[in-house]
Structure formats: C-alpha cells, structure tokens
Design a protein. Structure first.
Length: 187
C-alpha cells in the first residue's frame, strides 16, 4: 500500500498484522481525493484538521496529511490497527501532526484537546455490513468531532444500506466494485 499524492507520494505504508483490516484501495483513495479537490465546492484540504475513524492502516488520514492537512486524529478500537498507524506515522515523519486514540467509534465522547477538533474533514470506513457507520456518524457530529460545513467521507459495502441522519447533506455517491463511497456535508 502506498500514498497516492502530495508530499509523501509513492511512499509505502504498512497494514496491521493479520487479515482483520480491509484497507481502502489505492484506486478508491485516488478517486476520493480527486473528488475532494475538484468537485466539492469551497473545500480546501490545505491546513485542515482531519479525523480518520475506523482508521485501520491510517491510509486516508495520511493521504490527507500528504496533501496539505495540518493534523490528523486516527481512531480505532484494535491495538493492531493503532500500532500500524503509529508505525506509519513514524515511517512518514508525521508523528507531530498525528494523534492516535483507542476509542469505540459507536460510543463517542467529546474530543480531547489533542484531536484539534472540531475537524473539517472526516473519514469513516467501518467494517462492512456491521451497521457501525450510522452510530459513528451520529457520534462525530453530536459530540463535537466535526464542525458545521465539514466534509465526511463514508465507505460502505456496495449493497449496504444506511439512513443518513438529518445533520448531513449528501453531496455525491460513487461505486467502486464492492465499495460505495458517500460524500456528505455537515449541516
């Protein structure tokens, strides 16, 4: 797995040991960042703060840092994923611009100061078909992790259903094989 664009373009990052993590493919990440850069009106990744929920490898958050984000908070519940994120931060020289937190993304508490929240961009890439995305969407908005107008990217299984909370407006939706990506804006 590698970073697709920005200052870390082409650099490799590691996945957690074992087969429990399903990293977002290079192709899908490239598409997400192209849409953010060219199709989301008034969105600027430069100097924004990011939260990467269900972080896994941290690929989405590190891609954002590589492209100009100033800080990323990585949230996962498994020690293997958190260790991989810390290792990847060290590999990329991004330790000072990252915060790594072990949290249950379905039961958020208000963000700690280190998270530099509220964030302007959030990634939610929950395990497919586990119904974790909806509680995470509610938690990040209700507990102050994202600001009004923030962009939230949600990756789901292609056929996975989700009823969006009223706090979100859907801007776009794309399908990539077994994955579906929603581009949302916090109202």
């Amino acid at each position: 797995m590698r970073i697709i664009g920005g200052s870390h373009k082409g650099r490799s990052i590691n996945a957690p040991a074992g087969g429990h993590t399903r990293p977002t493919s290079d192709r899908v990440r490239e598409s997400i960042f192209n849409i953010l850069a060219h199709s989301i009106e008034d969105f600027d990744l430069n100097q924004i703060t990011v939260v990467d929920v269900f972080a896994g490898t941290g690929a989405l958050g590190f891609e954002a840092l590589s492209r100009g984000a100033k800080h990323a908070t990585f949230i996962d519940f498994t020690r293997r994923a958190l260790d991989a994120v810390k290792e990847n931060a060290a590999i990329l020289g991004e330790c000072k611009s990252t915060t790594v937190l072990k949290l249950d993304a379905t039961h958020f508490s208000p963000p700690p100061r280190a998270a530099k929240a509220p964030c302007g961009l959030a990634f939610l890439d929950a395990p497919y078909e586990k119904e974790l995305s909806l509680p995470a969407l509610l938690g990040i908005v209700n507990k102050g992790w994202v600001q009004s107008g923030a962009i939230v990217i949600v990756e789901l299984a292609a056929k996975e259903e989700i009823e969006l909370p009223r706090q979100y407006e859907q801007l776009d939706e794309r399908s990539y094989g077994s994955a579906r990506v929603l581009f949302l804006k916090v109202r």
